[in-house]
Design a protein around this ligand. Structure first.
Ligand SMILES: [Zn+2]
Ligand SMILES: [Zn+2]
Length: 133
C-alpha cells in the first residue's frame, strides 16, 4: 500500500487539509450560484469521504456559509479561498482549485451548462448537461 496523501490549502496558507484516498471523479457546475461562491466560471470539486479527510491546520479560520437545504461552503476568514463543500455540517467535497500540486483527477461532467456565463468557454471531452445529470 502506498501512503497516499493529497494536500490542499488556501491562498494565505493558514488553512491546510489532507486527503488519504484517491480523488474521485470531479464535477464542474456552471450555475450562477456557483459562479458567485467560487468567483469564477463555476465550481470544480471532488467528493471526499468523511473519514479520509482531515484539517491539518487553521480549521478555526474556516468560515462556513450554509445556504439552501443544509448545503454550504467553507472558506478562509483571512483570504477568502473557498475550500470545501458542506452538507449537514460535514465536509463532503473539496474544491479542485485549493489542491496543492497536481494530484490525479479529471472533470467527469459539467452540469448546469444551460445557465453558464457567456464568456465561459468549456473545453475538454467531459459530457455537458443542461441542468443536473
Ligand atoms: Zn487563507
Ligand atoms: Zn452550481
Amino acid at each position: 500500500m502506498t501512503d497516499l496523501k493529497i494536500t490542499g490549502e488556501c491562498f494565505c496558507g493558514e488553512i491546510r487539509y489532507e486527503i488519504s484516498e484517491p480523488l474521485q471523479s470531479a464535477t464542474s457546475c456552471h450555475c450562477s450560484r456557483c459562479r458567485k461562491a467560487f468567483s469564477g466560471a463555476g465550481s470544480a470539486y471532488s467528493v471526499v469521504s468523511e473519514n479520509k479527510f482531515n484539517w491539518v491546520n487553521g480549521e478555526k479560520n474556516l468560515q462556513k456559509y450554509i445556504g439552501k437545504k443544509e448545503w454550504g461552503i467553507g472558506f478562509c476568514k483571512k483570504c477568502g479561498t473557498t475550500l470545501c463543500g458542506i452538507y449537514q455540517g460535514k465536509v463532503v467535497g473539496i474544491t479542485l482549485g485549493s489542491l496543492n500540486g497536481n494530484p490525479p483527477v479529471t472533470i467527469k461532467k459539467h452540469i448546469f451548462v444551460g445557465s453558464k456565463a457567456c464568456w465561459d468557454d468549456i473545453g475538454g471531452d467531459a459530457p455537458q448537461y443542461e441542468k443536473n445529470e
